[in-house]
Design a protein around this ligand. Structure first.
Ligand code: G3H
Ligand code: 13P
Ligand code: ZN
Length: 320
């Protein structure tokens, strides 16, 4: 039961109206922290690796570390998910590593920068759906473009999702979940002024499609973490994220998967900076990486509670 597809996890979340965090991982400590949080709160969990993370680890290392998370936590439903796959080849590589779920981000061309056409997105997504579904692997796709990772596109403006196009896209591709753009962006600098999310777009998409909806760029960039990083020598200014209240509103309106990477990076950086400053005489990586792991565990525990994931690890039957 431990390794299941994101489709299974998200269908339950959609039915019962709670959110499931999909947490990005690059190394052992991050994976252990997320799994410890899932265990502590009895939550299903999606651990996801970006193309960059897989490349950094030479693919196999991260793949096996993620598998270890599954084997070590057989009572916790876990999906191993590819984040922002950019081609059928990247998807095949992840499935070969044992991933139970993949994202194909055809909103961009393979370079990850240039905006694609609707037809390109449909074509690449269909090829992935055919390949993945034949192997029991679920597929997330994206329509519309976020800022951050995707903001140097065309005019540089974010393209919010067109709800009618989203409906057509889901009908034409048969994807299992859909990432939409409602004004979030990747990274720590999401808003210059007030937080402004297009909840009207989300509502309309929810009315038109019945598969789980995904929100990328959903880190909250807590002020407390930014202050902690800066207190111990960091230099981050002008950072802003999506407040938890907005994420909870998005969950109420139909978002089931919430992607979080930046907040984890901040928690780890704050803990390591602090350890270096407070105990400069120490040099065993297990000291500062251990603090980082604990800090990340605590952060994810509070997200699992706030997203409503806590207590839902037993929501699944073998055939759900
Ligand atoms: O969506 C982007 C994720 O935060 C992954 O970032 O490509 O730097 O690993 P990355
Ligand atoms: P954040 O940068 O807001 O954490 O978003 C991560 C993400 O969307 C990964 O796909
Ligand atoms: Zn993303």
């Amino acid at each position: 039961m431990a390794l299941i597809s994101a489709k299974q996890i998200l269908k339950e979340a959609q039915k019962k109206c709670y959110g499931v965090g999909a947490y990005n991982v690059n190394n052992m400590e991050q994976i252990q922290a997320i799994m410890a949080a899932a265990k502590e709160t009895q939550s299903p969990v999606i651990i996801q690796a970006s193309r960059g993370a897989l490349k950094y680890s030479n693919f196999t290392y991260l793949g096996y570390l993620m598998k270890a998370a599954v084997i070590e936590n057989l009572d916790i439903p876990v999906a191993m998910h590819l984040d922002h796959g950019n081609s059928l080849e990247s998807v095949i590589r992840a499935i070969d590593l044992g991933f139970s779920s993949v994202m194909i981000d055809g909103s961009l061309m393979e370079d990850g920068k240039t905006a694609s056409t609707y037809d390109y997105n449909v074509n690449v997504t269909c090829s992935v759906v055919e390949y993945a579904h034949a192997r029991g692997v679920s597929v997330e796709a994206e329509i519309g473009t976020l800022g951050g990772l995707e903001d140097d596109i065309g005019s540089g403006k974010i393209h919010l999702t067109d709800p009618n196009e989203a409906k057509k896209f889901v009908d034409e591709t048969g994807v299992d979940s859909l990432a939409i753009a409602i004004g979030t962006s990747h990274g720590a600098y999401k808003f210059k002024g007030v937080v402004n999310l297009a909840f009207d777009v989300l509502k309309k998409v929810r009315e038109l499609i019945d598969i789980p909806i995904v929100l990328h760029g959903a880190s909250s960039v807590p002020k407390k973490l930014i202050c902690e990083v800066n207190k111990y020598g960091g230099k981050i200014s002008g950072a802003a994220g999506v407040p938890m209240t907005s994420l909870q509103e998005a969950i109420k309106l139909g978002v089931s998967k919430i992607n979080v990477d930046t907040d984890g990076r901040l928690a780890i950086t704050a803990a390591i900076r602090k350890a270096f400053m407070v105990t400069p005489e120490k040099f065993d990586p297990r000291d500062y990486l251990g603090y980082a792991r604990t800090a990340l565990t605590n952060l994810i525990i509070s997200k699992m509670k706030d997203f409503g994931t806590a207590g839902h690890s037993n929501d699944y039957s073998q055939d759900s």
